[in-house]
Design a binder for this molecule. Structure first.
Ligand code: UDP
Length: 250
């Protein structure tokens, strides 16, 4: 686990850049015990305030990556040296390049229909030698969990990319990763939709201006309810900061 990290509203965020995250994941992929990697977003932290089981999964992860700009600012406001955002979709390319070199295979679990399979084809085409052990959609019932884990186990995958949306992907990995036989499970949200070209990502300029959240709100207005997590997060983070400063002053 990386040395420096921050606690944002009770959730651990690790101070690593993309390169260090990839290095750690490859090391974890060689370990006998399974590890979970989370890409920690604003909505997840808001959920963790009321869902303590979910918070425990986040904090028990081997690596908790800073997924959103809100989390980045809140962690930096505490003086934590978080170098950059490491989103699931940004992680995927450099990770798959390294997994290809290292001969570690990957399974893509999540999204609708054949999206995960198509995302796998894109990753394999861009990263020569990458072994896609398998792929399947993320629309199955809890009764099928064991069968899905068994499918992954039979594929021999070392790394499971779980794009089931949060909190389902983290909870699924916490309950089922061991049975898959894979060494690492990473929650990657809607990354397969983007890789397969089904959903457009915010243009680079919007991302540079830290406005990806606003682009998503405009392009997928049906998400507005979920995006209420953002102002809730800002208020909670401010309150945490003020309370912290008062305690230090007392
Ligand atoms: N998804 C899934 N199974 C479900 C619910 C969602 O595989 O039961 C997929 C969904 O198709 C999408 C991804 O999970 O590909 C999550 O997308 P969303 O944009 O909600 O996630 P975020 O990246 O914001 O966590």
């Amino acid at each position: 686990m990386p040395a420096a990290n921050a606690m944002v509203l009770g959730c651990r965020v690790d101070a690593v850049n993309t390169q260090a995250a990839v290095r750690t994941i490859v090391e974890l992929a060689r370990e006998p015990e399974p590890s979970i990697v989370v890409t920690l977003g604003t909505e997840m932290i808001v959920r963790a305030q009321r869902d303590h089981a979910f918070r425990a999964v986040v904090n028990a992860s081997a690596l908790s990556l800073c997924d959103t700009i809100g989390v980045l600012y809140a962690a930096r406001a505490q003086g934590a040296p978080i170098p950059e955002r490491v989103t699931g979709v940004d992680l995927m390319e450099p990770l798959c390049r390294t997994l290809a070199w290292e001969g570690l295979s990957v399974y893509l679990l999540g999204a609708k229909g054949d999206t995960a399979a198509r995302a796998g084809q894109v990753l394999a085409a861009r990263n020569s030698g990458l072994v896609i052990a398998g792929a399947r959609d993320g629309y199955f019932s809890p009764d099928e969990d064991a069968a899905v884990a068994e499918q992954i186990r039979r594929s021999g995958a070392r790394v499971v990319l779980a794009g089931l949306g949060s909190p389902r992907q983290e909870l699924w990995l916490a309950a089922n990763l061991k049975a898959t036989g894979a060494a690492v499970g990473i929650g990657v949200g809607g990354s397969f939709d983007i890789l397969a070209g089904d959903v457009a990502r915010a243009p680079e300029l919007w991302r540079k201006l830290n406005l990806e959240w606003f682009y998503r709100l405009v392009s997928e207005p049906q998400r507005w309810r979920r995006q209420l997590a953002l102002p809730a997060f800002v208020l909670l983070a401010l309150r945490e900061r003020i309370v912290g400063e008062r305690k230090r002053a007392a």
